[in-house]
Design a protein around this ligand. Structure first.
Ligand SMILES: Cc1cc2nc3c(=O)[nH]c(=O)nc-3n(C[C@H](O)[C@H](O)[C@H](O)COP(=O)(O)O)c2cc1C
Length: 358
């Protein structure tokens, strides 16, 4: 049924649909159910140590023999700006006092960019695919991954990033539009541009020879069919999976998503130091004035971590990073297998209506 089989062939899957890797939200059960449905199941591993990675991979592999994608961050090391750190600590202190959280952690990163040690851990587990957000690792690491036969993906938010990723060995490129939930994957200087998926996908298709994967605001068969019409060879979908039985997000985040619309979301730097899209809540609103004064990613993640965790556990939306894309109004409660089946059958109906002319 698919008008383009390049991505499915590259990834060894039946349907060119990728469940987005979502650090803190994707689970072994989610990725395995997607892989068992003939699509690419992904795990967001950016916050894991090599040991945690190994355990998570094994837990997933125990549930599926299908294609898996393990995902990591390649962010630049943060600067150490004492003034910004102090200012952020002062802004967060009233919230810490209100939630009785005790001492704030030191303003230091607690998760790190992908390195050779993690590359060796990935190679030892041999997933089909390894993907990255915020660019690619250094050339020697890319070379090492590629010589073992791993397929490499990364996100581009502009034509310049797509060209750069293709030149550095990416096998397919995710065109991540501004509608997308979670972190905006831009990484080239000055590229924090707000290009939507509809405009971005055909421009990247014209820019690079490798398959382009559309991401951002895709949540049903209409969005998937539209992506193929724009020249994409596949789609990557995140937010729609957040309200499945297999989700890793707290119940309060799920409840909020089920009653939200795209207009309830905004991008904010307040949780991590980098722009990411989520449902607007008290924390985003009250930190708005500080947006441009925060410590670099991921230092801000360290500082906001206890607030996010405690708020989620207490069932309050006030301080949770409720990541969400603009298509959130289409979210339904489901399980992963039913969601994937629905996405495929809806797409087939749209293709048929259009007479397979895409
Ligand atoms: C909760 C959440 C967490 C995310 N975490 C990651 C991540 O760890 N790595 C990554 O490459 N992308 C991450 N993303 C972005 C997705 O890969 C993808 O670009 C996005 O979900 C697509 O837009 P949609 O949410 O509108 O479907 C995340 C998205 C969400 C919603």
């Amino acid at each position: 049924m698919w008008p383009d089989d390049r991505l499915a062939n590259l990834l060894g899957i039946e349907h060119p649909i990728i469940q987005a890797p979502m650090a803190g939200a994707s689970t072994p059960e989610m990725a395995a159910a997607v892989a068992n449905s003939g699509c690419l199941g992904s795990l967001g591993c950016a916050l894991m140590s090599p040991e945690q990675y190994q355990q998570t991979f094994n837990a997933t592999r125990a549930l599926t023999n299908g294609a898996l994608n393990m995902n990591f961050f390649c962010h630049a090391e943060p600067g150490d700006d004492e003034d910004r750190n102090k200012r952020a600590v002062a802004s967060l202190q009233p919230f810490y006092d209100e939630l009785d959280l005790g001492e704030m952690p030191d303003a230091k990163p607690v998760h790190f960019p992908f390195d050779m040690e993690m590359a060796e851990a990935v190679i030892a587990t041999n997933p089909a695919v390894v993907s990255f957000h915020f660019g690619l690792p250094d050339a020697d690491i890319v070379e090492r991954l590629k010589e073992t036969g791993l397929t490499i993906l990364s996100s581009a938010t502009t034509a310049a990033e797509a060209r750069d990723l293709a030149a550095r060995g990416c096998d397919a490129i995710i065109a991540q539009g501004w509608e997308a939930g979670g972190h905006h994957g831009y990484y080239l200087e000055g590229n924090d541009a707000a290009v939507g998926t509809m405009a971005l996908v055909p421009q990247l298709v014209d820019e690079v020879d490798v398959p382009v994967i559309a991401a951002g605001g895709i949540a049903d068969g209409r969005g998937i069919a539209a992506s193929f019409a724009l020249g994409a060879a596949g789609v990557q979908i995140g937010t729609a999976f957040l309200t499945t039985r297999e989700t890793g997000i707290p119940p309060v985040h799920q409840e909020v998503l089920l009653k939200s619309q795209g207009s309830d979301t905004a991008t904010t730097r307040a949780f991590s130091g980098r722009p990411a899209r989520g449902v607007i809540n008290r924390y985003i609103r009250e930190m708005m004035a500080e947006e441009m004064n925060l410590p670099d990613f991921p230092i801000m993640n360290t500082l906001s971590g206890p607030l996010r965790k405690t708020s989620g556990a207490a069932g309050s939306p006030d301080f949770v990073a409720m990541w969400s894309g603009q298509a959130v109004g289409l979210n339904r409660q489901s399980d992963v297998t039913s969601l994937v089946k629905r996405l495929i059958s809806e797409t087939e109906i749209v293709f048929r209506k259009l007479g397979n002319e895409i």
